[in-house]
Ligand binder design. Sequence first.
Ligand SMILES: Cc1cc2nc3c(=O)[nH]c(=O)nc-3n(C[C@H](O)[C@H](O)[C@H](O)COP(=O)(O)OP(=O)(O)OC[C@H]3O[C@@H](n4cnc5c(N)ncnc54)[C@H](O)[C@@H]3O)c2cc1C
Length: 377
Amino acid sequence: MLNLVFIGGGHSHAIALYLWGKKPISGVNVTLISDVKNTPYSGMLPGYLGGYYTYEQTHINLEKLAKFAKIKLIIDSVIDIDIKHKKVIGRWGNQVDFDLLSIDIGSTPKNREIQGANLYTIPAKPVHFLIEKWQEIIKKTQLNPSKKLTLNIIGGGAGGVELAINIYQKLNNILTPNKLKINLIHKREQILSNQNQWASYKLTEILKSKKINLYLNTVVKIVNEDSLITESGLKITGDYHFLVTQASTPLWLKNSSIATDQEGFILIKDTLQTLNYDFIFATGDIATMINYSRPKAGVFAVKQGKPLFENISNFLKNKPLKFYHPQKHYLNIIGIGNQSAVAIWGNIAWESPILWHFKQYLDQTFIKYFICLEKKV
Ligand SMILES: Cc1cc2nc3c(=O)[nH]c(=O)nc-3n(C[C@H](O)[C@H](O)[C@H](O)COP(=O)(O)OP(=O)(O)OC[C@H]3O[C@@H](n4cnc5c(N)ncnc54)[C@H](O)[C@@H]3O)c2cc1C
């Protein structure tokens, strides 16, 4: 029996395992190692925080997926890969042998350059931690809705902007008027710096209309329990500080012998195999394609799911692998509250309630495969 091991229940793995369940290969022992039983679908995460969706509607239950795909699920957090002995090592004592490995563990916001960030911020990832803290904030706010609340969000990319808008939406419904203050702090001169000018302009106007304070060209250097200190010495007070900075990787991976870039992202070829080990595949945020420069976004992790499944199957059948070419432009739809959304595509940005319904349709089309799995077993 060959051992095929998947690390992380990210978007690509969820799809690949779903397809495996429909088209398994005999003589292969498949194991998924995940640090959580429920993995979030990134497209619907802001909507969950904003109160539009329930936890169940936005998470893929990996136990159900494992049952559907007839594979083994181990709940553990991987902390090392012993390439020489082909063993995956888990924090909670598991050691799993593999012949073929696939890694889709996502990323976490970078905090290395901000003093105190690991003590006093709420990182947007891992998502289960974000959700836990978010529930605590909601509970406290519900108990005392007339108490002033100030939230700082560090990072004005798509994730930070979407988080700010959805947090505003939810808390504004709980708090008495004028008690909520949200500060969005971004190091560049405009938010959504990786998107087109229109998107940045449109979303800036939307944030202003919600009275979310923008601090641009502002680099946070220190985080204290009740304040942030910027590079220029400015103090921004706050009760909670969310961290939505650029993606970063775990140190154990950078220290492994798998080829990574300077930042620790796994370098992969167009076949989704790692640069130096053909028996290791990697996808999603944790992987960087050597031939393509693309942002770390859920949409790419989703798109890599099918080619990953196909190439793993081909590898196992000794067939030639296919090349995956990621699309250049991708549709990014940001929910802006009040059942409306902004769509960003190439050089275009467009706001309309129709887009909110379209986003709902796209997201629900994706997640419904995983919600009704028990009916498909
Ligand atoms: C607030 C916010 C909003 C966003 N909104 C969007 C959006 O609307 N559209 C979009 O395209 N992108 C969005 N993104 C980006 C998106 O979340 C990521 O690009 C996407 O989740 C990457 O998918 P992935 O499969 O690489 O990893 P993930 O979805 O992060 O999945 C990785 C999985 O691996 C598990 N894992 C991690 N480490 C280990 C370990 N050591 N051992 C075992 N398991 C492990 C994790 O628990 C998780 O289940 C958003 C991000 C944030 C923070």
